[in-house]
Each structure stands twice: as structure tokens, then as C-alpha cells.
Design a protein. Sequence first.
Length: 149
Amino acid sequence: MEISMLGRAMQILLVEDDEIEAEAIRRSFRKYHLENVITVAADGLEALELLSGRTRSGLALQPDLILLDLNMPRMSGLEFLDVLRQDPQLRRSIVFVLTTSNREEDKVAAYDRQVAGYLVKSQLGEDFLRLTQLLDTYWHTIEFPPEAV
């Protein structure tokens, strides 16, 4: 099974500097038979390189959804959102913050940057079941503009 929209697997960009957390999220998708493509970027700079095509392949990644940690080296999640929202090609990207931070100022700052949701990792459980359920429901419920698919 896969989280799908229009009969295709959802492409997810996970921006997460903690390799153990990234693998736990991948494992969660596999455990619940969600065969979606998950590309991992270690920080905001690497994510922007992938999104702009500044990679060996030269192809820009076009994820359906971005899962974004806030506390990362080189470029934080909030700094990444600032750049993302200023780019005409990327500003409509669907972003969910996925972080350890439960600070009110981080939540306000993220929502000020037009995130679709703010998820605190500790509230999602060890196996990230609530995350996979949320994304499954999201993609089967929400209507998107044609250019977003």
C-alpha cells in the first residue's frame, strides 16, 4: 500500500539531520506498508540543493510534501522556510514541521511561514504510527490545486 494521490506514490523530502530519526521514519513507512519515495536531506542547505537541481544529476527534486526538522546545522528549518517561501517555484510547497521543539515561539514562527502543520516528535510515538496515519489521511482527504500534483 502507498499513500497516493492520483494513483501514484507520494514523493516525500525529509529534512532531518539525525540519521537515527530519519531511519525510524523510513522504517515506520515500511512497517505500515507505505511504499512512498522518501529522500533525506541532512539540513536546509542540502534540501535547497535537491529542490533546485544543484546535484550531480542536475534534476530538481519535486516532492509532494516536505517533512522539516527545525534544529539542524548549517541552515535551520526556519531559515530554510524563509528561502523556500521567497522562491516562486517552491513557495507553495507543502511543509510539515517535524521537530523535538515544543516551544511556542517556534510554533508561531513556523506557522508565520505557512507550514501545513507542526508535529512534535515525542507526541508521535516511537514508531511514528501517528505520522503515517496523519499523512495517509491528509492525502486522501485534502484537495490540491492542479499545479501541486
